[in-house]
Design a protein around this ligand. Sequence first.
Ligand SMILES: [Zn+2]
Length: 396
Amino acid sequence: MATTSASASALLHHVRTGRARSRAELVALTGSSRNTVSARVDQLIAANLLEEGGRGWSTGGRPPTLLRFNSRAGCVLAVDLGVTSVDVAVTDLSAEILATVGHPIDIADGPEAVLAEVDRLAQVVLAEAGLTPADVCAVGVGVPGPVEFSTGRPVHPPIMPGWHDHPIPSAFGRYDCPVFADNDVNVMALGEMGIAGSTEDVLVIKVGTGIGCGIVVDGQVYRGAQGSAGDIGHISVPPPHGVPVLCRCGNENCLEAIAGGGALLRDALAAGLPVTTTRELVQLAAHGDGPALELVRNAGRTIGTVLASLVNFFNPHRIVMTGGVAQAGPPLLAGIREAVYGRSLPLAARALDISVSAAPDLSGRLGAALMAIEGFLDEDAAYQVARAGAGAPTAR
Ligand SMILES: [Zn+2]
């Protein structure tokens, strides 16, 4: 969003992020006329999205009336769809969770069955929060596969049989509001950034069964031309011991075929470790088991060689690791840091922070909520003003 714009959504953004607290500050920040700013602020107040409250410090003359974002002007539904479970939350417009519920599902049951369950859970959380479908301003959905963001349709998702080209937004027709769907890594990246206003450049790396990367540029998720930016799992890396490894995509020596969760389990079983799932292997490593530690550290080194290239190319402020394998923590980070700091250019690596997500279970829901909120508030201001004309949305 251009910071010099004086569109209603831009003005709202400045108030939400604390860059401006009064009409005068909005005028100064945008360079627009006092009349233009006042008219749009009045529209936003009529739409219940801004409210006036208190007086600021005067720099001579009458002290200015302060403006506040009304985060209770409506709510959004946040859906974090996984392979074996789904979490549905309802949040206010500052992404504060009002009610949340989780339930086991099997993503392979297909979109009709799974989205019917999501619909049921959404009604449960709305009732728990004392809200109705009419209060919902937007819906955000994170899914474990590639999504064409503009249409909300998954595109040949490898672990979501039956979901190809299914219009996810159509499942939320009862809410009569915009629905945004994106892959889970992009959604988690938004969640890791937290509430709007960040201007950092961040890579959020999810290491689960597969490996993906959410790219955050200046606080915004970067999706690329078709929405597949950050699909680093299929970047080619040198195979261990020079023996080619086949990937599920059909190519050889992809990063996730060598260092993803599935690859770790395969190697652990081949080495005779007493585990049946990746999660068990991660727990074994976390308890200091030597061979498990070595496997995880090696995966970290391999991931790190790819991240080193990304750091040289992108020069991020931060890298955040998330996903099931990231829960191994120190041994994975040790391997990654060794490769990244050993191979990145000093200027790019000097202030680079590499860490594990502090709230990996929450970031999916938080990110889905933020995606919905940003989408709703960035929509054409006329939409909100039209809503205000039809009767202001009241959540509480
Ligand atoms: Zn591949």
